[in-house]
Design a protein around this ligand. Structure first.
Ligand SMILES: [Zn+2]
Ligand SMILES: [Zn+2]
Length: 300
């Protein structure tokens, strides 16, 4: 599908940011939607560095309430208030998000200048005619969600075949497009012969979690899987202890789920000098893997 999904990695560090890696935040742009996934400390400045306008943010998806994923929220919300943000801002998160968000707004004495709608989500939670968003619980010691964005597939007319058929443009074509067979001058035309399916794209985001049985199914057939990889495979015990994934596990998930492309993020300072260690381990299992960098842009 000729879609315009643009991902900007605003922050790719784990708990401790470094000179090169900011706390977690990813912006997914699709038409008028600008969906921010997590908002670690410093996200506002990352917006500026990426030459993106934070006022265009439409929704914020919170994976979980560890500081490295949410410490940038109060600052961003305040900036939006001071800059005349006049839309409703939707904030989605796992169980507990409503209580924690209310606490955060109170703590920073947030003056209500625009509408903020907070929703604790699970399963499919938002849908338009073009796409939908889904959440799934992960295992990270506290409530934690993985998310995916999926564009809806569309039935399109095969223009070459249509021209050959000699059918006139107009309401009959709309009927074909909606999957109905038509009759024209006593001849029957089957929708399946004159149309094709334009498959929508799926982008999945799995940040902090212990390896669990839900992941593979949830991210199945993604065009892009963004997955945390906090530990190298030799530290699997440590990853388990801290409820995180290893490079090897991320690769295995991508392979089993038959995703097209894997992007690793949430990198530890431990690998600052040698991030290839993580990437090479993953690539042994899943070839089409890359390592996210701050301000990296991926168009799908
Ligand atoms: Zn984290
Ligand atoms: Zn965490």
């Amino acid at each position: 599908m000729t879609s315009n999904i643009k991902l900007t990695f605003l922050g790719t560090a784990d708990q401790i940011p470094s000179a090169n890696r900011n706390h977690s935040a990813i912006l997914l742009n699709y038409n008028e939607e600008n969906i921010l996934i997590d908002c670690g400390e410093g996200t506002q400045r990352q917006f500026r560095k990426a030459k993106l306008n934070p006022y265009k943010t439409t929704r914020i998806l919170i994976t979980h309430w560890h500081g490295d994923h949410v410490l940038g929220l109060p600052g961003l919300l305040q900036t939006l208030a001071m800059s005349g943000y006049n839309k409703t801002l939707y904030i989605y998160g796992p169980k507990g998000t409503e209580f924690l968000m209310r606490g955060l707004l109170k703590l920073f004495n947030f003056k209500k200048k625009y509408e903020i709608k907070i929703k604790e989500v699970q399963g499919k939670f938002f849908e338009t005619k073009d796409f939908y968003l889904e959440a799934k619980s992960m295992e990270h010691g506290i409530p934690c969600n993985a998310y995916f964005f999926e564009e809806k597939s569309k039935t399109r007319i095969d223009k070459k075949k249509l021209k050959k058929s000699g059918l006139p443009l107009g309401p009959l074509i709309s009927k074909l497009k909606s999957g109905k067979n038509i009759t024209y001058k006593n001849k029957k035309y089957l929708a399946k012969n004159l149309t094709y399916t334009d498959t929508g794209k799926k982008i999945s985001i799995v940040l902090d979690t212990l390896l669990n049985k839900n992941i593979t199914n949830f991210v199945k057939n993604s065009d892009v899987l963004i997955c945390e990889s906090s530990f190298s495979s030799d530290l699997e015990d440590k990853a388990k202890e801290h409820l995180h994934l290893t490079s090897k596990q991320a690769g295995e998930i991508a392979k089993k789920a038959k995703v097209k492309k894997l992007i690793l993020t949430h990198l530890s300072q431990r690998y600052e000098k040698n991030p290839k260690k993580i990437l090479n381990e993953t690539k042994k299992i899943f070839k089409n893997s890359t390592l996210a960098k701050d301000l990296m842009v991926v168009e799908i």
